[in-house]
Design a protein around this ligand. Structure first.
Ligand code: NAD
Length: 273
């Protein structure tokens, strides 16, 4: 079965399952992204901060896949926030990717201490109007950061990409997004591999002949999240892509819902600067 598309408020769509390249070695990125494209991924999530945009671009260029069949996200790094600096950083990211547009451009972190995310967002609005980003959004925005954008700017973010996995379910943030038409995208959807000992999830997996990772990804999909799992290993890329031939029951979803314990793996968005 193919990956479902989710409608964005930009008028475009995003494949619900993508491939993330955080911590993918820049020297290995072209090979790893080429593997992901061969497995079937058509949505790649990178960032200036990952230092591997050139490898993503090289894999895309080497593939025979038409550009319009791909969905590419990159992100504005914290130290590039601002008016002109955000416009310049976007140009540099496009050049490194070797693309003339991205499908989604995100502000990576709100960095409230910098006081620049509203000004940065106005630059993203200009980029969106120019057509060089088909959609614009944010990452790691808490509801109060999103509310500031809603109050002070024009374009509603299409996406908020936040840490979200069974141990850290962020219900308030995703509900706030849903109520404003902002799609929630889950980063570290597999909890960076920390869920290995969950017997309840393993039992569900065994019942379907699936892996624990596949059940967690399926939980995200049925919750409506966009997911961007990462693996350097081709067999795991294929495993993570193979989650559209089974369906969890409400009771099984409830077992995973009950694992929420506020276990953030990443940084607090109010603190990152
Ligand atoms: P993840 O939850 O995708 O976990 C990846 C790790 O889980 C792998 O390194 C591997 O150890 C393990 N794994 C993967 N597939 C597996 C499988 N089938 N079975 C067993 N173990 C498996 O974590 P992540 O890489 O942190 O997040 C995914 C993507 O989210 C990143 O690559 C990046 O694109 C994005 N991200 C964004 C932000 C942000 O601030 N916006 C932060 C972190 C990550």
């Amino acid at each position: 079965m193919s990956v479902p598309d989710i409608a964005l408020n930009s008028g475009t769509t995003i494949p619900q399952l993508g491939f993330g390249v955080f911590k993918v070695d820049p020297a290995q990125t072209e090979r790893i992204v080429s593997d992901a494209l061969e497995v079937g991924y058509r949505h790649i999530d990178t960032a200036k901060a990952y230092d591997n945009e050139p490898g993503v671009g090289a894999a895309i260029a080497a593939s025979a896949i038409p550009r319009e069949e791909l969905f590419v996200t990159t992100k504005l790094f914290n130290s590039d926030q601002g008016g002109q600096s955000a416009l310049d950083a976007f140009d540099l990211s496009l050049a490194k990717l070797g693309l003339d547009y991205v499908d989604l451009y995100l502000i990576h972190w709100p960095c409230p201490a910098r006081g620049l995310f509203v000004e940065s967002w106005r630059s993203l609005e200009q980029i969106f109007e120019s057509g060089r980003a088909r959609a614009i959004g944010v990452s790691n925005f808490l509801p109060h950061h999103l509310q500031t954008l809603l109050d002070e700017t024009t374009v509603v973010p299409a996406v908020n990409q936040i840490e979200l996995h069974p141990y850290f379910q962020q219900r308030e943030a995703s509900e706030f997004g849903r109520s404003h038409g902002v799609v929630t995208e889950a980063w570290s959807p597999l909890g960076q591999g920390t869920l290995v000992d969950e017997a309840g999830v393993q039992a569900i997996a065994d019942a379907y002949g699936k892996s624990l990772a596949q059940v967690i990804l399926r939980w995200h999909i049925q919750n409506g999240n966009v997911v961007i799992p990462k693996s350097n290993r081709r067999e795991r890329m294929a495993e993570n892509f193979d989650v559209f031939d089974f369906e969890l029951t409400q009771a099984e979803i409830g077992i995973i819902d009950a694992l929420d314990r506020g276990g953030r793996l990443g940084s607090d968005p109010d603190v990152v600067s």
